[in-house]
Design a protein around this ligand. Structure first.
Ligand code: 7TS
Length: 407
């Protein structure tokens, strides 16, 4: 089933809003996505008909809210082909999911002399927690280099994944380069050494089918707000065996089984990791976002983005932009970073905004990658299900204008 972005657009009320009197051209979905009516209405419905705290009361209303929340968990499990909802922990988002692994699994398992491997293209969310962990534990943090065209140096794997490596932390899709990384190959390499792999799927989960078994991921993180869902919700998938063994993250209500004056015992997974009152409505909204994406079909979502990315790359090359990352759409998603000679990315973003076009400019929370690319910042247009060729054309017209101003 192919996806018609003009039809999809009609599900998103924000596109009725005009920007400076013009059509809203939203090309910043790698940052956060827009929300379809189906998700917005589900959240309203929850607050109007189901709202109560979860897991703690016997009355009918609390049973409804608990069913909505746990139903969302089951949807998320299905979305990434996880074997059981028990392996799905709700968090605030990718950043919190990664920090959960840092504080819980990694603190208990990574010691002085061990190594943690990240890549040169990680988002700060999948880098800074590992800097903090290795500084604290005396372990060594290593960075798998990136080629000039934005691919991982897989030829160096033998040097970077050794019997000292306890954890590999890698993004499935880069938020800057769009690169889809060979995560399964990395998983096989680290598993052969007895270590684990954590996959940052913040950019992949919204844009392509993700299957934790196919990837052989030990941990996988994603955020609701980048995939049509509300802010304040996200997922950490973990293998059940690992989650069972791991110490808790936050302490408080709901994550306990029994509490004594001086010690406590823990609830079963995944509740052991969900302390206090969670973002219930947001999790329910994430469940609705999963339903929405399923109704489109993740294969169709990916196919649409490949087609539109190919078009955007062709047009960017034609206006003489320097595009970073792979040129083959089989190897990349629709987050497209570029520089236009002599025009600072922030100026570009400001000029295209005059035409109602939203793009991001800056370091995209990937400063080490900017240094590797040899640029202080890039402009980034990122595509999603509601973007059309017309959106790309408007951007290109605006870029031509910007070039003219600085010529
Ligand atoms: N990992 C990747 C690959 C990301 O792209 C982002 C957010 C995160 C982690 C953090 O996600 P959060 O939901 O916890 O904030 N990326 C971007 C971006 O590219 N522009 O703004 C945020």
């Amino acid at each position: 089933m192919s996806l018609d972005p003009e039809v999809v657009r009609k599900d998103f009320p924000i596109f009725e809003t005009r920007m400076r009197g013009k059509r809203l051209v939203y090309l910043d979905s790698a940052n956060t996505s827009q929300k379809p009516r189906q998700v917005i209405e589900r959240i309203v419905e929850f607050y109007e008909h189901e709202n109560a705290n979860i897991h703690r009361a016997v009355y009918e209303l609390a049973e409804r809210s608990t069913a909505a929340y746990e139903g969302a968990r089951a949807k998320c499990a299905h979305f990434i082909a996880a074997p059981s909802p028990r392996s799905i922990v709700f968090t605030r988002g990718t950043t919190e999911s990664i920090n959960l692994v840092r504080y819980s699994w990694a603190r208990a398992n990574v010691r002085e002399g061990d190594e943690v491997l990240v890549t040169e293209m990680e988002h700060h969310s999948n880098l800074v927690p590992w800097q903090l962990l290795t500084q604290e534990s005396g372990a060594t943090l290593r960075h798998l280099p990136v080629t000039d065209d934005g691919m991982l140096r897989m030829d160096l794997l033998g040097d970077y994944i050794t019997d000292k490596t306890k954890l590999v932390c890698v993004g499935l899709m880069s938020n800057v380069l769009g690169t889809i990384n060979p995560v399964r190959q990395l998983a096989d390499a680290i598993h052969a050494m007895g270590g684990l792999i954590l996959v940052d799927a913040a950019q992949a989960a919204p844009h392509m089918p993700v299957d934790v078994s196919e990837l052989d991921a030990d941990f996988l993180a994603f955020s609701s707000h980048k995939m049509c869902g509300p802010t304040g919700a996200g997922v950490l998938y973990g293998r059940e065996r690992l989650l069972e063994e791991m110490p808790p993250f936050h302490g408080g209500g709901e994550m306990i089984r029994e509490v004594f004056a001086d010690h406590s015992t823990w609830n079963e997974i995944p509740h052991k990791f969900e302390a206090g009152t969670m973002n219930i409505a947001q999790a329910v909204g994430l469940g609705a976002a999963v339903d929405y994406l399923h109704s489109l079909g993740m294969d169709s979502v990916r196919a649409h983005e490949m087609e539109l990315t190919a078009y955007a790359l062709e047009r960017l090359n034609a206006v003489g932009a320097e595009v970073h990352g792979p040129s083959d759409v089989d190897q990349r998603g629709g987050a497209i970073s570029f520089n236009v000679a002599d025009v600072h990315p922030h100026d570009l973003a400001t000029i295209v905004d005059q035409e109602g076009v939203c793009i991001r400019a800056g370091h995209h929370c990937a400063q080490p990658l900017m240094r590797r690319l040899g640029v202080p910042a890039t402009a980034r247009a990122s595509l999603y299900i509601y973007n059309t060729r017309e959106d790309v054309d408007v951007l290109m017209g605006a870029l031509e204008q910007a070039k003219g101003w600085f010529a």
